[in-house]
Design a protein around this ligand. Structure first.
Ligand code: 1GP
Length: 254
């Protein structure tokens, strides 16, 4: 449980973390990732997330191998289904899509995945996944066949997250969906943050350092960035610097 415990400890200390999301479908040759891997290493990124709501290629293992050969940042699977279990990663977000009412993504895929996970070394990170409306329909909303939580229904999101925590889920992930038109708003993040006592992951549509900082100030403990880095990898330096400053100030205060 090293990765989860580390994230929980950082949360308790008030420290923020950042994950870079790699969608294997967008990678033709893993060496394309080298600039991003180098930047992630230089900027002390905490995690690589790998996965997507629909992965159509078979290169997931190669992508993970390439990351792990070049950097010691933990690689965490962010799977759209049990087909995306790749034992060479370090951990898996064991996602239950608790904002939806699709039984397959609440428990069905987990039943299929459980014996596979039992027989490999992936660290299992039980995560309540909440999809929030962000404008146009995202791939995850379509593929999961679930209705995202309306972005102004703060208490609905908070009660869903709380129920997830009460069910024993160790992380809550508020996602607007990959490439979302609108990122999760600050009020939604802060309302959920005030309601739960587990680390809060926020992602989807974070494509400027201002949006990243807004999410962190509102209460995100870990932000996930994918699409924006495909367009501008240097954004990572800008955001990671802010997180570094934030974490330094937390250290000084204590
Ligand atoms: C999507 O939260 C992730 O599930 C990241 O989204 O690709 O929009 O950064 P982006």
């Amino acid at each position: 449980m090293a990765i989860l415990k580390n994230l929980e400890a950082r949360y308790r200390e008030g420290k923020k973390s950042i994950a870079v999301l790699v969608d294997p479908d967008k990678v033709e040759d893993p060496s394309e990732l080298d600039p991003l891997i180098r930047l992630a290493n230089e900027n002390c990124v905490h995690f690589f997330f790998v996965g997507g709501s629909l992965v159509t290629t078979t290169n997931m293992g190669d992508v993970i191998k390439h990351i792990k050969e070049n950097v010691s940042i933990p690689v965490v699977l962010f799977p759209g289904s049990s087909l995306q279990i790749e034992p060479s990663a370090d951990a898996i977000l064991f996602l239950s899509l608790i904002s939806g009412r699709n039984p397959d993504l609440l428990i069905g895929q987990h039943v299929i995945a459980a014996p596979i996970l039992k027989s490999n070394k992936l660290e299992v990170m039980p995560t309540g996944y909440l999809l929030v409306n962000s404008g146009k329909t995202t791939s995850v909303a379509y593929v999961s066949n679930t209705t995202p939580i309306p972005e102004d229904k703060y208490s609905l999101a908070a009660c869903t997250a709380l129920a997830g925590e009460m069910l024993g889920l160790r992380l809550i992930y508020l996602d607007a969906g990959s490439g979302a038109e609108r990122e999760i708003n600050a009020k939604m993040i802060s309302t959920v943050r005030k309601t739960i006592n587990v680390p809060l992951i926020v992602g989807g549509g974070i494509n400027t350092s201002r949006k990243a900082i807004t999410a962190l100030e509102a209460g995100a403990d870990l932000i996930v960035i994918g699409n924006a880095l495909e367009k501008d990898p240097n954004l990572l330096t800008e955001i990671a610097d802010k997180i570094y400053d934030w974490n330094q100030s937390v250290k000084t205060e204590r």
